[in-house]
Design a protein around this ligand. Structure first.
Ligand code: NAI
Length: 342
């Protein structure tokens, strides 16, 4: 299998190079993203491997298909950047559904603890011999309430950690997890009663801007919002307005709606043109990381392994356990019978 690997960073190569040979694959690394302009370079490849900010929209997929690409291997769990209806019947789409839920949940906790106790600001102050603690007051998390939107793999780990802190946990999910020690409530009740609100649902039409002006208005004025899921779960102008008017206590963001142009890149010598991103970075009670929640050694090892196993299963005409299509979750018995979505 010849794989065109888009949006490659040095850390991708480290983990994939270790195992590529074992799988008998050949990888060509591109450091630019997949989109309609770069898709032409997929000619001669059997598979294309992409990450969260590549675009597999209709135009791009049509080019990949014309170029003979048969497999789109996502080296991530989220798949909101793929036009599944266009891909269906032409290009199989596989992903890494689970690599380390703990990696993401622990990063969400890191954002929460940092924002609450201001350790990011304390670090800068003490390095400047400023030992004042003015403005650094936080709250005890024990006895407080965490509200979790989406109790899938990551949300459940996050819930467990909050329980360990002695917090009460409220949750909202159209498909509640059985046996999870949380109290399921409606979204409004969760928003009104939580001191911490953490987003762990996927980005789908129903969840786009789930944190909007109206829902921000329902939160406690000291509530901390954590988003390690997808940027477009939050309506950014509404969040900025809520922060400016002290409607919420702070925001820990590992994702941003318009992140694709900025995240993962060193732009320290350039001027940021996105005024909303720039505005977010001015708030003392906003902590922004650039989509690094997944980034642990365990997760990278698992991502590389599962991606290559997906490619090998495709090459060997085996069932594609990690295939996903727009019919998945709905009435489709094709995968059950044949092991593949089409
Ligand atoms: P999952 O599929 O195991 O869980 C998602 C949960 O959200 C499910 O229980 C589902 O029923 C629930 N959900 C769906 N619609 C909802 C709604 N309207 N309201 C509340 N809950 C809803 O997914 P997992 O593995 O826990 O990942 C969650 C998200 O985290 C992914 O969709 C991805 O976008 C993001 N992610 C971010 C990473 C990062 O590095 N920042 C890394 C990996 C995932």
């Amino acid at each position: 299998m010849k794989i065109a690997f888009y949006d490659t960073k040095p850390y991708d190569k480290i983990w994939f190079d270790r195992i590529t040979e074992k799988f008998g694959a050949e990888i060509k690394y591109f450091d630019f993203k997949l989109n309609a302009e770069t898709a032409c370079l997929s000619k001669g490849f059997d598979a294309v491997c992409i990450f969260v900010n590549d675009s597999a929209d209709e135009e791009t997929l049509d080019i990949l298909h014309r170029n003979g690409v048969k497999l789109l291997a996502l080296r991530c769990a989220g798949y909101n950047n793929v036009d599944f209806k266009t891909a269906y019947g032409k290009i199989h789409v596989v992903r890494v559904p689970e690599y380390s839920p703990a990696a993401v949940a622990e990063h969400a906790i890191a954002l929460l603890l940092t924002l609450n106790r201001k350790t990011h600001r304390a670090y800068s102050r003490t390095r400047d011999n400023n030992f004042s603690i003015n403005g650094f007051i936080g709250i005890d998390l024990v006895g407080k309430t965490a509200g979790i939107i989406g109790t899938g793999k990551i949300g459940r780990v996050f819930a467990g950690i909050c329980k360990g802190f002695g917090m009460k946990v409220l949750a909202s999910d159209p498909y509640p997890a059985e046996g999870l020690d949380v109290e399921y409530v409606g979204l409004d009740e969760l928003l009104a009663n939580s001191d911490v609100i953490s987003l762990h649902c996927p980005l789908v039409p129903e969840t786009r801007h789930i944190i909007n002006r109206e829902n921000l208005g329902k939160m406690k004025s000291h509530a901390i919002v954590i988003n390690t899921s997808r940027g477009a779960l939050i309506d950014t102008p509404a969040l900025i307005e809520a922060l400016k008017t002290y409607k919420i206590g702070g925001a820990g963001l590992d994702v941003y709606e318009e992140e694709s142009e900025y995240f993962f890149e060193d732009l320290s010598d350039t001027i940021i043109k996105d005024d909303e991103l720039s505005r977010l970075l001015t708030f003392p009670n906003v902590l922004l990381t650039s989509h690094q929640a997944f980034f642990t050694e365990e997760a990278m090892r698992e991502i590389a392994l599962t991606t290559m196993e997906n490619v090998k299963a495709f090459k060997d005409d085996k069932p594609l356990d990690n295939e996903i299509c727009y019919k998945c979750g709905g009435p489709c018995d094709k995968k059950e019978n044949t092991g593949r979505c089409f």
